[in-house]
Write a protein that binds this ligand. Structure first.
Ligand SMILES: Nc1nc2c(ncn2[C@@H]2O[C@H](COP(=O)(O)OP(=O)(O)OP(=O)(O)O)[C@@H](O)[C@H]2O)c(=O)[nH]1
Ligand SMILES: [Mg+2]
Ligand SMILES: [Zn+2]
Length: 354
């Protein structure tokens, strides 16, 4: 395998020629699991570590490697360990704002050509959430394609209605439905994948991202888990971001379903520090509960019953508001462009020009 097969194109070659790191090799980050990394080179996939210099010179999270990054490495231990000296500039990226922090971003993946924004046809389908992902892709110069999964759970009329709704709302964005269960529509998805191009699966937990990856691989390589029956919510099965090379030579990054509280994508670390509240929120009656006024809000009930500290609830809501504020600025940007489609089209043209 050559670097080109992993997506190393003339854009990156040029960056390499311009770089100040001549005595290093080049590899691509295939897996990030907290502070552990895997990289892939022409021959194999091996563990990697950051140099202390890189670690301590980076004061933002987005300065650290993410899945899909190209990096400058030196090998040690007979080539069984890579030391990451520096990152290549990113041609494109998927990232989201860290809540409670005005400037830092959490990187999801980089150097992605196409983002598959996946929602299931049943509980998970939601145009507003879809829009957040679309903005994320377009701002990162990534072409979005919308995929509706679990088409087996609804009838054909319903699928057609949803697809035309999406086509009306987001002009110029491709949308298709498929089922991992009946395999209907899977061939069409397969045909979207081109050799040497990088794709990223985005969407809530339980929509079937990893099941799709396993299908495309033709083997059950990665773990999947059933969703909760009453509301179709997933169990956060995939826990790290990982790039896989498919048989047809395309590259696919699977990601953990994003935790969305009240439809706001929040930073994992905040979610982690409020994991008790997060767990409670899974029992709210409505999927898009804002935890402020809703009947059947598990968080409000817990506050009332003194099962959850009122102050803790307030500080959680404060962080949520901040993150919502950031998201709102996206919507405002969008409003400036009268039509989302126009914005999408120009963004994609710019991406192709690069
Ligand atoms: N009916 C139906 N079930 C599906 C389909 N695709 C996936 N599932 C089921 O949905 C559940 C969740 O699938 P996963 O692939 O683990 O979902 P995921 O998006 O990877 O979830 P996270 O890793 O938690 O983000 C599994 O039980 C799958 O068998 C589909 O097309 N139809
Ligand atoms: Mg998964
Ligand atoms: Zn609630």
């Amino acid at each position: 395998m050559e670097l080109a097969d992993l997506g190393f194109d003339s854009w990156f070659q040029k960056k390499q020629e311009e770089s100040q790191t001549p005595d290093c090799d080049v590899a691509r980050i295939t897996r990030v699991d907290r502070d552990r990394y895997l990289v892939r080179n022409e021959e194999k996939e091996i563990p990697a570590e950051l140099t202390g210099k890189l670690l301590f010179s980076t004061d933002t999270r987005q300065g650290l490697p993410c899945a899909g990054d190209w990096v400058f490495v030196q090998y040690c231990n007979d080539g069984s360990l890579a030391i990451i000296h520096d990152l290549f500039p990113r041609k494109s990226f998927l990232r989201r704002r860290s809540a409670g922090d005005n400037i830092d971003f959490q990187m999801i993946a980089s150097n992605v050509d196409v983002a598959f924004i996946i929602q299931s046809c049943d509980f998970n389908y939601n145009l507003r959430r879809m829009e957040r992902y679309l903005v994320m892709a377009i701002e990162g110069h990534v072409e979005p394609i919308i995929l509706l999964s679990k088409s087996d759970l609804v009838d054909n009329g319903d699928i057609e209605k949803k697809i035309s709704e999406i086509n009306d709302a987001y002009i110029g964005v491709r949308a298709a439905a498929f089922s991992n269960k009946t395999t209907s529509g899977l061939e069409a998805v397969q045909q979207m994948l081109e050799k040497g191009q990088t794709y990223c699966l985005l969407g809530s937990s339980g929509v079937g991202k990893t099941t799709l990856l396993n299908h495309l691989l033709g083997r059950d390589v990665f773990e999947t888990n059933p969703v909760r029956e009453k509301d179709g919510r997933g169990r956060h099965t995939t826990s790290c971001r990982q790039l896989t090379v498919l048989d047809n030579g395309s590259l696919l990054i699977d990601t953990p379903g994003m935790r969305e509280v009240g439809m706001i994508a929040v930073d994992d670390s905040i979610d982690d520090s409020f994991s008790d509240i997060y767990e409670l929120s899974r029992n709210c009656r409505f999927n898009d509960c804002t935890h402020t006024v809703e009947v059947g809000c598990a968080i409000l009930i817990a506050v009332q019953n003194k099962g959850l500290d009122e102050e803790r609830y307030q500080s959680y809501m404060k962080l949520m508001k901040e993150s919502e504020f950031h998201q709102m600025s996206y919507t405002e940007k969008r409003k400036k462009d009268k039509r989302f489609g126009r914005m999408a089209k120009t963004a994609m043209k710019q991406t192709r020009k690069k």
